[in-house]
Design a protein around this ligand. Structure first.
Ligand code: ADP
Ligand code: MG
Length: 266
């Protein structure tokens, strides 16, 4: 079964896109065929791989009234195991266009059905809002991964996210699970980072990944060169930490599969 991870937090600037890109890349480097879906109209994940001028078809076409097949918009990357479904600014129009359509929350799930078995992992980058695009990601996903920035007010707003998670689970997607919470932009020299780490651990407990993503300028630079952290600065702290995070993710997914299997057998 394909593992579909939605990387979500309605706050902007918390490391969603950086995490989506580099987690997908780290999984692909472990020879697992991986698809990164960019659902943010700001298209930061897309621009980290391609020139905007080269993007003629995108997720916007998939959501349109005469939908394109996802297979037609997915693009290969320099990494043979990593593929990207690009976004365009036009995606911002969907909040209005889809309003009132009864199947609006299911568009992504339906579009993914014919192609998802081709991938072992699908990572979805979401916009900084709990609107229709994020809801589509949560309806289509098997797992939710929440990046939280180590900063004051870090967990403010996570209750809204958890409430949305609960509502999605109660109806459209009862199988959705929290894969984990990852602390991002961590700076071990500051009290703020250490305090928020404790606070986040107190709130999320076991869900918190052991791996923290530190502030690392290489992570900020790599998208400008259309590189992932693994080709841009393979020995950097950023590369090392995202490799570790990927390892934890794969381990949790594996444990989850075993648990489901045992449940099914019982
Ligand atoms: P979001 O998708 O949640 O808005 P981004 O991943 O785009 O967040 O990160 C916001 C900004 O912070 C970007 O400029 C990004 O390059 C930078 N950034 C993200 N993670 C790190 C990190 N660990 N170290 C340094 N800069 C980072
Ligand atoms: Mg982003």
């Amino acid at each position: 079964m394909t593992c579909i991870v939605a990387v979500t937090n309605q706050k902007g600037g918390v490391g969603k896109t950086t995490t989506a890109i580099n987690l997908a890349a780290a999984i692909a480097l472990r020879k697992k065929k991986t698809l990164l879906i960019d659902l943010d109209p700001q298209s930061n994940a897309t621009i980290a791989f391609f020139e905007t001028a080269d993007i003629h078809t995108s997720m916007y076409d998939v959501f349109s009234d005469r939908p394109a097949e996802m297979a037609a918009i997915i693009r290969p990357t320099k990494d043979a195991n990593l593929f990207v479904a690009p976004s365009r600014l036009a995606l911002a129009k969907l909040e209005q266009q889809l309003a009132g359509q009864f199947d609006a929350p299911f568009k992504l799930k339906d579009a993914m059905t014919p192609i998802q078995h081709e991938y072992e992992y699908i990572v979805i980058d979401t916009p900084p809002a709990l609107g229709i695009l994020t809801v589509n990601a949560l309806v289509a996903a098997t797992h939710l991964l929440v990046p939280i920035q180590a900063a004051y007010f870090a967990i403010e707003g996570t209750d809204d996210l958890l409430e949305t998670f609960g509502r999605i689970r109660s109806r459209p997607n009862p199988a959705l699970k929290i894969l984990g919470v990852v602390i991002t932009l961590f700076d071990k020299r500051t009290n703020i980072s250490r305090d928020t780490h404790e606070q986040i651990r107190a709130v999320f407990g076991e869900a918190l990944f052991k791996t923290r993503i530190s502030k690392n300028v290489r992570l900020e630079e790599s998208p400008a060169y259309k590189e992932t952290i693994f080709s841009y600065a393979p020995k950097s702290t950023g590369a090392e930490e995202y490799r570790k995070l990927a390892q934890e993710v794969l381990q949790r997914v594996q444990e989850d599969r075993v648990a489901r299997h045992t449940q099914d057998a019982a």
